[in-house]
Design a protein around this ligand. Structure first.
Ligand code: ADP
Length: 577
């Protein structure tokens, strides 16, 4: 988790900042100009006092006044340019980082999503990138304007009197240790806070997605209390971070105060004794006063960097997570759609799910997978589409190991229709075409085959109606028919079908079933069967129990055997027939 700060910095520089180095160099130059105006300003006070006020040279008031006003004009001009350029850089960096993060996350495995809930990932993409977005502005402003201001102001101070300068700085070493301690504290606390911010996003995500369950079970108060507990902890940490973060600027106040008093004590005496001019003293004093704000800002900079670093660690933590399911090289489609599993073992974590599963699904035929819930049927689908890889054993498609195929080629071979199809809050048409261009005839055929036209025509905007968040504007049966239309349009040679169980009423079920029957015509079909009629019609039935094949054969063969299948038919399908 913990990466040294400079390692983080060089990575972010190489990955994101380098392309903007020209813009940043320009901004830096203007920062330097803006920064040096402060020193020039303090320097102008010497002639103002010595020539105008003390010397009585009223003519000088014009050029001194003019020079001072020009300095302010330069400051105004450079600061607008700086801010615009730096906003451009930080926005560009954040935008690209967010896009890259989502892009990277989408390509990670099932295993990753198992341990990283959607809310937590949302927080990383949005919250963490926001936390680092500002740091470039803060940094370049610090490095450019504030450091330059300080150097120039101290140059003025030194030019006026090195001894006074030494006295002004006498308290500075007092700052070193507290600064280091504060930085470590902030980094540690901030890591915690970012984790909690992820928990917060996860809670919001779960509550909102499960809003129906929350309300039906009347657990609003319970959820609110859980949320409050997380939010309160975040509030505590953030308050502490702000408090502790203010310590360094506060110490700078104290140290500067000490310097002021020292200079007043020594310099004041010298001016009254006539050894130094009032102008010397005023210019020195102003330089010191002007150094105060940049110094405070620089004091807070270390804390800001620690806050950003905590988020950068999390961002790079994701970028450094690699997919374990890797693409193979073979980009040609398989010669046949024969699917063969050979002694496949697979675990989720250390929970074994498939335990030596072997069977073959013949091309062009329908193979029904049946078995008790939790037997591993859906896992077979995840295996075939390489959402997850087996621990041992082999899965082949057309005689070639799945791992040898290019992932895109492999996934192009399958259409998956699941019980809970994911719909996006887009139009029905977009939900079906999924952003691919579709021939009007192909789309019309998909709509007909999937019986989508039946209900789409009755909607006020037809196919241009929106599906609602996660498809919530549609009924379960309608959602499934959209998913089937997708599959028809996709026209992949292999169909993986998880039959709907109970979500549908009889009329919808008949329509969905008719759509599925049309779809599976002439395709290699694997179906997780929940209906006796499907199993009966299947060319082969594979009974899976505890991750291995208990029996296989046709309905009649298996019934005659009177084994696991016959028992399952009585138990699982008995009531439905
Ligand atoms: P079926 O489809 O036959 O009901 P599944 O293939 O969905 O069974 O699940 C088989 C087993 O694997 C179950 O015990 C389930 O708890 C477990 N399982 C499924 N998916 C996951 C997952 N993503 N993480 C951990 N365990 C899982």
């Amino acid at each position: 988790m913990s990466q040294p700060t400079n390692a983080l910095f060089s990575r972010i520089w190489a990955d994101y900042l380098k392309p903007h180095s020209a813009v940043m160099a320009v901004a830096f130059t203007f920062m330097v100009i803006e920064g040096s105006t402060l020193a020039a300003l303090s320097w102008m006070l010497k002639p103002l006092f010595d020539r105008v006020f003390v010397g009585g040279d009223t003519g000088a008031i014009w050029w001194v006044g003019g020079a001072i006003f020009s300095l302010f004009l330069i400051r105004a001009f450079t600061s607008v340019i700086n801010r615009t350029l730096l906003a451009r850089v930080s926005q560009a960096v954040a935008a690209r980082m967010q896009t890259d993060l989502l892009g990277h996350i989408m390509r990670l495995d099932a295993q990753f999503f198992q341990t990283n809930p959607p809310g937590a990932l949302l927080e990383r993409i949005q919250g963490d990138t926001m936390a680092v977005q500002d740091i470039w502005r803060v940094f370049i402003t610090g490095a450019g304007r504030d450091i330059v201001s300080l150097i120039a102001l101290f140059a003025v101070a030194l030019a006026i009197d090195p001894r006074w300068t030494a006295i002004a700085l006498v308290g500075a070493p007092l700052l070193i240790l507290p600064t280091l301690l504060v930085q470590r504290y902030i980094r540690r606390k901030m890591r915690d806070t970012r984790v909690r911010a992820s928990d917060r996003a996860t809670r919001i995500d779960e509550v909102l997605h499960g809003i129906q369950t929350v309300r039906l079970n009347r657990i609003e108060d319970y959820q609110q209390a859980r949320f409050a507990a997380i939010v309160d902890k975040i509030r505590d940490s953030e308050t502490r971070i702000a408090g502790i973060g203010a310590v360094v600027p506060a110490l700078i106040d104290v140290v500067t105060g000490l310097g002021f008093v020292g200079v007043l004590w020594l310099g004041g005496a010298e001016v009254t004794a006539g050894e130094r001019t009032v102008g010397d003293f005023m210019a020195f004093f102003t330089a010191l006063s002007l150094a105060f704000q940049p110094l405070r800002r620089l004091g807070a900079l270390a804390g800001s960097w620690q806050i950003a670093a905590a988020s950068l660690e999390r961002i790079y933590g994701i970028f450094d997570t690699r997919a374990t399911v890797l693409s193979g090289a073979r980009a040609e489609a398989p010669d046949s759609t024969e699917i063969r599993l050979d002694d496949v073992h697979l675990s989720y974590g250390d929970h074994p799910v498939l335990n030596g599963l072997s069977f073959t699904a013949e091309p062009g035929q329908t193979t029904a997978l049946v078995g008790p819930s939790g037997a591993g049927k859906s896992t077979v689908f995840n295996l075939l589409t390489r959402m997850i890889d087996p621990r041992s054993g082999q899965v082949t498609l057309g005689g070639v190991d799945l791992r040898d195929y290019d992932l895109a080629t492999l996934r192009d071979q399958f259409s998956v229709v699941s019980q809970e199809p994911a719909l996006f809050d887009e139009t029905l048409r977009d939900n079906i075409t999924l952003g691919n261009p579709a021939e009007p005839e192909a789309l019309a055929r998909a709509l007909r085959t999937a019986h989508v036209s039946d209900f789409a025509e009755r909607l006020p905007h037809g196919l241009a109606s929106r599906a609602g968040p996660r498809g919530s504007a549609l009924s379960g049966g309608q959602r499934q028919r959209i998913a089937i239309a997708r599959a028809v349009l996709r026209d992949a040679p292999i169909l993986l079908l998880d039959e709907a169980t109970s979500a549908l009423d009889a009329a919808s079920e008949r329509l969905v079933q008719a759509a599925l029957d049309d779809l599976s015509q002439d395709r290699t079909t694997l179906v997780i069967a929940h209906r006796l009629s499907t199993v009966r019609a299947a060319d082969k039935i594979v009974v899976i129990e505890a991750g291995r094949v208990a029996e296989q054969g046709s309905h009649d063969q298996l019934m005659a055997k009177d084994g696991a299948y016959a028992a399952l038919v009585r138990l699982q399908f008995g009531a439905r027939e």
